[in-house]
Design a protein around this ligand. Structure first.
Ligand code: COA
Length: 406
């Protein structure tokens, strides 16, 4: 895995004070501490390319071993030319490979992940690996309810046979989809339209369907026994995290499904305390990075996974974790995987703490200034940080990027 985030962040305490909101609403109510703020040089492409470069370096993979590059995004930069084609060029990847984007709100990256996993499992990859990158910039209107749930970043994953970090349980997943207007971004709009509370309900409804589908297949494959709740047989569960409190609501929903499905274990009085303890043990360890970066749409689930492995790699080796991906609109999938044998070494290369420590805190005034900036048209002058890429402007309708020499 490789993670890339913008170089600046806003502390949500500063946002709360500026907006006249009790800071506890953001910290306790939403579970958020900081949010990443992307300036115009840090777009979906430059973040994706940096994450991809980091993932390839961490896996020590020769680009010639790649047969597929997929970028999942809902903040594409062109109606036709995919983000992946820019990334393919910036990373100087081989010609002989598939390169395309996948889109379905925050589920887009998971669509890419499964395409890669099933390509490898089918044998069609013939020993080649895939690079899957989730990259997005989450923007809501200033002073709206969604404002404290913004963020930006990219997570890249090398998908290969004999996985080092997580072996996905191929064929064991549950999906749930319905046509709803919970969150969308009409063509030409810079910020999303969202029916916030309804989107939370859509997420929870989808989760119940997807989780039950996963349970059915996991049970049929002999991965689950009946002695304890199914969710308690997962060492940890990572959820799509639009804001951290959502993961808490999600885990309560999963336990509710378990208890409904196994009525003999139902204990209404004890459940509140049990759910809180289960959340602390099984989910909270995945939320540290998410609470400091914010929503990164397609990458949020995988940022939770990276954060979890960063913290608990050695302890989790060989254990099964659950993953839930949700894309508004909506589609969703619950799946699982076992933590791989070389996870400790890969987590060291991921260096999530270093990525977070390299950031600069900005004040509310600077945040408002950056949010008001337009995309540079005639060529910008932003230079990339060492080892990264920067969007520098549009020339003759063509987006231009710079890469640092180091
Ligand atoms: N101290 C502690 N907690 C507080 C508080 C305070 N002073 N004030 C409010 N809260 C709590 C509320 O009780 C609520 O908790 P709960 O959800 O457990 O009941 C939480 O903070 C949020 O408050 P709420 O009034 O519901 O917030 P909101 O109306 O401003 O909107 C969202 C919250 C999530 C709907 C909004 O941020 C949004 O639209 N986000 C974008 C869409 C999104 O992320 N959807 C998720 C599914 S994809």
């Amino acid at each position: 895995m490789g993670v890339a985030i913008p170089r600046r962040y806003l502390d949500l305490g500063d946002l709360a004070i500026a907006r006249g909101v009790d800071p506890l609403k953001f910290t306790l109510g939403l579970g958020a501490r900081e949010m990443a703020i992307a300036d115009p040089s840090e777009d979906t492409v430059s973040l994706a390319a940096e994450a991809g470069r980091r993932a390839l370096a961490a896996a020590r993979l020769e680009p010639s071993k790649l047969g597929m590059l997929v970028v999942g995004t809902e903040t594409g930069v062109d109606h036709s030319k995919p983000v992946s084609s820019y990334v393919h060029g910036l990373l100087e990847l081989p010609r002989a490979m598939r390169v395309y984007d996948t889109q379905h709100a925050c589920y887009g990256g998971t669509a890419g992940l499964w395409a890669a996993v099933e390509w490898i499992a089918s044998g069609a990859a013939a020993g080649r690996a895939a690079l899957v990158i989730c990259s997005d910039i989450a923007r809501y209107g200033l002073a709206t309810a969604g404002e404290p749930t913004q963020g930006a970043g990219a997570v890249a994953m090398v998908i290969a046979e004999n996985p080092a970090m997580l072996a996905i349980d191929v064929g064991i997943s549950g999906a749930s989809s319905t046509h709803v207007h919970d969150f969308w971004r009409p063509l030409g709009h810079r910020v999303a339209e969202v029916d916030g509370h309804y989107s939370v309900q859509c997420y929870l409804d989808a989760l119940a369907g997807a989780y039950r589908g996963w349970k059915e297949r996991a049970r049929a494959a002999g991965l689950l026994h009946t002695a304890t709740l199914a969710s308690e047989q997962l060492a940890r569960v990572c959820y799509h995290v639009p804001f951290c409190k959502m993961a808490k609501k999600a885990h309560v929903q999963v336990r509710r499904c378990d208890l409904d499905d196994a009525r003999t274990l139902w204990d209404v009085a004890g459940e509140e305390a049990s759910a809180a303890a289960a959340f602390r043990g099984q989910v909270e360890p995945s939320l540290v990075a998410c609470s400091r970066i914010g929503n990164i749409y397609t990458g949020s689930l995988y940022l939770a996974l990276a954060g979890l492995l960063d913290r608990d790699a050695a302890r989790l080796r060989g254990q099964r974790v659950g993953l839930f991906s949700y894309g508004s609109g909506c589609t969703s999938e619950f799946f699982s995987g076992s933590v791989g044998p070389r996870v400790v070494e890969r987590v060291r290369a991921l260096d999530l703490a270093g990525v977070l420590a390299a950031r600069e805190r900005i004040d509310f005034g600077e945040y408002e200034r950056i949010m008001a900036l337009n995309v540079p048209a005639g060529g910008g002058n932003q230079s990339p940080r060492p080892g990264s890429f920067a969007f520098t402007g549009v020339e003759d309708h063509r987006r231009q990027y710079a890469r640092s020499s180091s």
